[in-house]
Design a protein around this ligand. Structure first.
Ligand SMILES: NC(=O)c1ccc[n+]([C@@H]2O[C@H](COP(=O)([O-])OP(=O)(O)OC[C@H]3O[C@@H](n4cnc5c(N)ncnc54)[C@H](OP(=O)(O)O)[C@@H]3O)[C@@H](O)[C@H]2O)c1
Length: 300
């Protein structure tokens, strides 16, 4: 279904780096954490389920070559949980060198979070928007930081975003449309944040990991044709370890530290959709996101 990701090598150690990965207990996030820990980085593995996060930390931290591996409970469907997680991180660390906003899900049905948000946009975009904001001083304080937003080529099918109805309350809900728009939101957020943090020692880039054999459309969140197609396609998909390679490339390569506001596929820059390049839309989404999470000031 997807060609092999371009081979990349990650030669250098990362002993001094503090990294935070959301959705690190499974799939692409777990393999991303494993690879960064193997290079000696301190990896904070965030996830919504304390037991799953503890299990993943034991799995990754069990390797003798690993750096420090820490759990962090962060349910991106809850602003209260995100605020608690950010406070916890801030109490533990004075800087954040690498934030990988990786967590994500596909939902066939419209589910509303405790904050009144549609869950797909809440978890895939708004939660990461808020988390990044709450950690902005730690990121900017690093002096040499990177933010990697895990988007998807699914964003190419989104025909813009109705910023006045990001929670899909005024229209009939479609899981495919909600997912595509949330992934477009990841690219728009990447570009808007890159512009705001330009010249401040931080690069912000988005990636498509490939089509990867994970549980994203397999755990009961997806139904019907989507689940059927996903299950049929499994043998042709990338492994989670291969799916982590583009995130790792952007997180660790010279190129990932030199360019900002870009979209990467197979460890190479690619032009995102025309909607993703629409700066006015990016600003409208930024303002709508600020209103949703309850703050109306710029990052940093
Ligand atoms: N797989 C693909 O083919 C593909 C293609 C393009 C883009 N992506 C993107 O890749 C990223 C990783 O997905 P994956 O394929 O690795 O899927 P996955 O195996 O299902 O992993 C998703 C991770 O996100 C976490 N998550 C879900 N809801 C959350 C919430 N409310 N709060 C915090 N964490 C939450 C999951 O935690 P639980 O284990 O607790 O559910 C899990 O750790 C996503 O952003 C996805 O959109 C995937």
């Amino acid at each position: 279904m997807d060609d092999a990701v371009r081979l990349v090598c990650f030669p250098s150690r990362m002993n001094d780096a503090i990294c935070l990965i959301t959705g690190a207990n499974a799939g692409i996030g777990l393999e991303t954490a494993r690879a960064l820990a193997a290079r000696g980085a301190t990896v904070v593995m965030a996830g919504r389920d304390p037991k799953k996060v503890e299990g993943a930390v034991c799995q990754v931290g069990g390797s003798a070559a690993s750096g420090n591996v820490e759990p962090l409970v962060c349910n991106l469907a809850s602003m209260r949980s995100i605020e608690a997680a950010a406070s916890e991180f801030r109490a533990r660390h004075t800087k954040l060198d690498l934030l990988i906003n990786n967590a994500g899900l596909f939902l066939s049905d419209r589910i509303v979070t405790e904050d009144g948000f549609e869950s797909t946009i809440a978890i895939n975009h708004l939660g990461h928007f808020l988390l990044t904001h709450l950690l902005s001083d730690r990121i900017l304080g690093s002096g040499n930081a990177r933010v990697v937003n895990v988007s998807s080529n699914a964003h190419y099918s989104a025909k813009g975003i109705d910023v006045d109805d990001v929670h899909a309350g005024k229209r009939r809900y479609s899981g495919v449309r909600a997912y595509a728009e949330s992934k477009l939101a990841n690219v728009l957020f990447t570009r808007a944040l890159a512009r705001r943090w330009s010249g401040r020692g931080v690069t912000v880039n988005a990636v498509h990991p490939g089509v990867v054999n994970t549980r994203i459309a397999a755990d009961g969140d997806a139904r019907g044709v989507i689940k059927l197609l996903w299950d049929i396609g499994r043998p042709f998909m990338l492994s989670p370890a291969d799916g982590a390679k583009t995130s790792l490339y952007v997180a660790t390569s010279d190129e990932g530290g030199a360019v900002t506001g870009r979209y990467f596929v197979k460890s190479a820059q690619r032009r995102p959709s025309r909607y993703a390049l629409d700066n006015a839309l990016a600003e409208r989404l930024w303002e709508a996101s600020e209103r949703a999470v309850g703050f109306e000031r710029s990052h940093g």
